[in-house]
Design a protein around this ligand. Structure first.
Ligand SMILES: CC(C)(COP(=O)(O)OP(=O)(O)OC[C@H]1O[C@@H](n2cnc3c(N)ncnc32)[C@H](O)[C@@H]1OP(=O)(O)O)[C@@H](O)C(=O)NCCC(=O)NCCS
Length: 131
């Protein structure tokens, strides 16, 4: 497990976690994230996720990173879409959330889909700037 803190102007405001890191022929992991409500809508999760993905495809040496999201979580789906994740399908009754197994969408990205870096792509699309 690789936990990473998200800071905005030096203040801790969220976390990126990379889990289930599998080496060998798979070289895969999942990535998860949350950001404090007070800073929602500023592009913090999008920028942090892009940097987290670059860490996965760079120093961690992964080939595939996946994430799961509940279909009704529109803000999170927007974040995933904006960094370039592709939807692969529905995982039925995947995870117990508040006492019920809920469907989740599976999204993924492989290294071949990232020529350069995810953060660079975000900057070129006009969604972020380098400080
Ligand atoms: C989901 C979450 C990470 C978003 O963080 P954030 O920093 O506000 O995200 P960003 O500002 O980078 O981007 C939010 C996007 O959602 C969009 N959005 C926000 N509310 C929306 C809604 N109700 N419907 C559709 N899109 C919505 C925003 O417009 C933005 O997309 P855009 O840049 O294309 O306009 C944050 O709300 C959170 O931590 N939620 C709880 C934990 C969670 O759901 N984690 C993800 C689990 S899969």
């Amino acid at each position: 497990m690789v936990p990473m803190a998200i800071e905005l102007d030096g203040r801790y405001c969220g976390q990126i976690t990379v889990g289930n890191i599998v080496r060998g022929a798979l070289r895969s992991a999942w990535i998860g994230y949350w950001v404090e409500k007070e800073v929602n809508g500023l592009g913090v999760a999008t920028a942090a996720l892009a940097l987290g993905l670059d860490h996965c495809f760079g120093p961690l040496g992964l080939h595939r990173v996946e994430a799961t999201v509940r279909p009704e979580n529109e803000p999170s789906r927007a974040v995933l879409r904006n960094v370039g994740f592709r939807e692969e399908g529905v995982l039925q009754r995947y995870l117990d959330v508040h006492g019920r197994f809920r469907d989740h969408l599976l999204v993924a990205m492989t290294a071949e889909e990232v020529p350069g870096s995810v953060a660079d792509r975000l900057v070129h699309s006009g969604r972020a700037t380098w400080a």
